[in-house]
Design a protein around this ligand. Structure first.
Ligand SMILES: [Zn+2]
Length: 204
């Protein structure tokens, strides 16, 4: 099993957007190559309970074709979320196509949830379908976009193509790096540089 990066986004949708390293490279490193990667990642990011993860993995086993289609769709949403928030964070501009794509996924998602009695009043409950991780990412993206923290969404200040997104919750809004132990001390930069070199020599 490959080593996975720490989660630094502070919102489910950003943590999922950060599941690609080095989008600027010819061959980015995508951590979501199977449906089970997607479930693990969403679960690690706090989006899925243990019971939901187990149920989704069982469904994926029973319907590999459906799981593979769902992975593609979830990855497409991930790219829309990334482009939308990266554009907002770095240029203050919301790409209309990405905006529409995220909205489409959200309106699709809403048809698969319902309001029901919970421990403390009412709660929103999603169907446990293969698409659940995608629905949760769409909901998280809408919450982040409309919840008052949008101005705090930033992209890592690394000049070497990190592009990780995070919500800056520091008091004075001074956070610059995805992670001090990674880009803050250039560890990721060194990794990406090594990868670039490998691409150049290992490619055609
Ligand atoms: Zn970084």
């Amino acid at each position: 099993m490959q080593e996975v990066p720490e989660l630094v986004g502070g919102a489910l949708c950003l943590d999922v957007a950060n599941s690609v390293d080095g989008r600027v490279l010819d061959v980015p490193l995508d951590y979501l190559t199977t449906y089970s990667d997607l479930v693990d990642w969403a679960s690690r990011a706090g989006g899925l309970s243990a019971a939901e993860s187990t149920a989704l993995l069982a469904r994926a086993d029973a319907d590999p074709g459906g799981a593979s289609e769902e992975l593609d769709r979830a990855r497409a949403l991930r790219e829309s979320v990334f482009e939308l928030f990266y554009g907002l964070a770095t240029a203050g501009v919301a790409d209309p196509e990405r905006l529409a794509a995220v909205q489409r996924e959200y309106t699709d998602a809403l048809g698969h949830g319902r309001l029901e009695p919970g421990d403390d009043g009412l709660r929103w409950s999603w169907e446990t379908e293969l698409a659940l991780p995608r629905w949760l990412v769409a909901q998280s993206a809408i919450d982040l976009a409309t919840g008052g923290s949008l101005r705090r969404v930033k992209a890592c200040a690394s000049q070497d193509g990190c592009q990780y997104l995070f919500v800056d919750t520091s008091k004075n809004g001074s956070r610059r790096w995805c992670s001090m132990t990674d880009c803050g001390n250039q560890a990721k930069s060194r990794r990406l540089t090594a990868r670039r070199r490998a691409d150049r020599s290992g490619g055609r």
